[in-house]
Design a binder for this molecule. Sequence first.
Ligand code: SF4
Ligand code: SF4
Ligand code: FES
Length: 949
Amino acid sequence: MYSLDHFDLGTPASDTAESVTIEIDGASVTVPAGTSIMRAAASVGNQIPKLCATDNLRAFGSCRLCLVEIDGRRGYPASCTTQVAEGMKIRTQSDKLSQLRRGVMELYVSDHPQDLISDQAPLRTEIKDMAQRLGVTETRYGWDGARHSGLAKDESNPYFTFDPNACIVCSRCVRACDEVQGTLALTIEGRGFDSRVAASQAESFVDSECVSCGACVEACPTTALQEKSLIASPLPDRTVTTTCAYCGVGCSFKAEVKNDAVVRMVPSREGHANEGHACVKGRFAYGYVTHSDRMLRPMIRQKISDPWREVSWDEAIEYAAREFKRIQAQYGRDSVGGITSSRCTNEEAYLVQKLVRAAFGNNNVDTCARVCHSPTGYGLKHTLGESAGTQAFTSVMQADVIVMVGANPTEGHPVFASQLKRRLRQGAKLIVVDPRVIALVRTPHIEADYHLQLRPGTNVALMNALAHVVVTEGLAQDDYVADRCEADSYRKWKDFVAHPDRSPEATASITGVAAELVRGAARLYAKAHNGAIYYGLGVTEHSQGTTTVMCIANLAMATGNLGREGVGVNPLRGQNNVQGSCDMGSFPHELSGYRHISDTATRALFESAWGVHLEAEPGLRIPNMFEAALDGSFKGMYIQGEDMAQSDPNTQHVTAAFSAMECVVVQDLFLNETAKYAHVFLPGSSFLEKDGTFTNAERRISRVRKVMPPRAGLADWEVTVRLANALGYPMQYRHPSDIMDEIAALTPTFTGVSYAKLDQLGSIQWPCNAAAPEGTLTMHIDHFVRGKGKFFVTQYVPTSERSTSRFPLLLTTGRVLSQYNVGAQTRRTQNVVWHDEDRLEIHPHDAETRGISDRDWVGVASRAGETVLRADVTDRVQPGVVYTTFHFPESGANVVTTENSDWATNCPEYKVTAVQVIKVSQPSEWQRRHRELTQRQRQVVRAGSVTHT
Ligand code: SF4
Ligand code: SF4
Ligand code: FES
């Protein structure tokens, strides 16, 4: 339904360079060839009446409201389906046209619930506006004829309703599902008067293939498809443009607001990352912001067994500062540290790392990217020279062959997946490298050309085999490499991958992938005009995560697939601001802009700006902090927006480390798992409650704008400022824009970034500086950032985590569309309708040999721990492999994962854990203890009369 401030141009833009001049109602108009008459007229402010057309869908020409007259042409062509031609003279207004349009409109009105068309109808819809504009409030056909009425309304979807009585079968919803979302869940069933919209095989929306993206709801010109929030709330009266706080796509939204409450989130058509599309999380799952579990008062306690005591902000911050100072005095300067959040803004991450370096006086700062994309930072920095993806999302529309390695974008990055599927429907080829049959392998109108279903943990062997084919079959772009890469490193790499041990035939027994599939896939990618690689945590979360990132960069350089549109190396980032938190200097060895802390000139710059001495030695990484806590030398942690007790591997190790600390400060929206071990709780603010910026997977910096005041009184950045001041290090910022100005002054890749420029351009992809004042769409165009690209020899070293007779299966993990990471937000929305527990996927063969049936409770045991989940018997996984998601704390997925980690970055090896699975009838020991602890946590909250919302 209508967005409050979108001026609809009727049909999509034409992308031809040639232009055509026509005359519309006597005025001369010049537009690109291929533009519809409707869009040409709208481009000069003349909106021709319409119902079935809208500017993000191909014209359909069914409603016949948009008729026009064209000199020299008989009849009244539809302006949405008729393209302009040089010299055309068009009339959009005449008595005859009015008469024809009114006649059509009367027919629609006669078959529409009268109360939805009348002046008193509460909602503004296109059909109502159009009827009023054409002066049709009554109908000659009366209200008593044959009409659609009394049909059952489908209210099954938690976020929107479908009322077939109000449907005019304009097919906008069907086209939105096909063209924008790419799910093809809707059809028109029946013919003529009996035709109607149906979800899948005439199922309810919630049971159908619908993924609840809302594109059809937005496209509907009536109230047939309608957001429930619009029915339940007063109508919005203002919009605020902001950025989604879920995944790394970073969709732009117009929040429609009334009385400081969000009534509806409408994806922004001007959003460069999403171009008007969204997924179920960003569009609908914002209810957690006002959930009754929100903690709105600061709290403290001396021991974690004590009840929480609500205190003022001042008292909580003074207490935390006093404790940190006491610990440092007692155990030394390095006994405390901090964690920045990839869910908070750039400005907030920057302040937390500044607090650690300037107020704590050490470099013990790390971020949750440690456990996801730290190998990306390391691998791309060393090969190409910059720790970030090379392309914009739109680049995929120029790709001819797309390689998807260890990423599942229809679940994890859904809006990018829709764009990718559009490109695949246009004919691009797809290679999927994944141990699991992800949806992209086979989905409506799409089938991967190759699915290399490798064994978990063998990425490097497989990537080397692909490279072997490229090099030994003469498919490398030697001229490109000679021009742009280090010759010596290339020679060494070539010799290495050309060795027969790296051939697809020699490695098939390691990877489990047939040699001819590897050869075919390698040829397809290497011969592509534009070959693009996208990858995710299936690459990074391994003991050889960094090596695989280097393999990918090597392959792209060797085939000349870097430095232009349609190609590139593209890490799909998990969280909304994981790129940003890394950019801001959240790692213990780097200041903002990925400059090493040991670099004297860089340190001097910050020392002068911050007025402190900075340590030249990198600080502790997250796993080192836990080790040091267990050794008794690390005693205090400030954690902003991160639930480490749930998200980090080997839960029991993590919680033992927290239990050994004396001051854990948790700043979060909810009393999360980590808060069970906290001594100070500082209420967090959601993305709707603050100003700032997020940086998405394309390096795109976008504004986050305050929609409502912080519910607990302070935004997260204000809390860090107060804590720094209480620690004795003065911080003074009036607004997050001041923080961005400081970041820009100290970070070469951000020099040209300011809130004013963000307001002007909408968003900016860094680097943004004198050389690129409006940002950088594609990286490494003429040369690599490091100068010459560097190849690395990528020896395959099998993980020590391998299947044995005791633990014969390999567990790998992933996520689902409706939930987000540890689930703290999405579990507190109606998204639980689709996923209310984590399940263990197990192949029918493995299930049968263990006597396991679908939905049975199964124990999953590794050398780290044991948990119990319900089984999902499916051939999405191969024999020998099991899979689960990790969105619910009680599932204990990370009780099972081990502390094995990447050689370069310590990124945990979440994707490979050797396990045994057996049928059980009761929860694991850990789950029983977890339940008790959760119960106790509730009791201490109650005992301390802690208020929630
Ligand atoms: S909500 Fe999205 S997936 Fe579902 S029917 Fe509508 S367009 Fe299709
Ligand atoms: S979760 Fe990701 S894809 Fe979905 S709306 Fe948010 S940014 Fe877009
Ligand atoms: S808008 Fe052109 S036929 Fe419907």
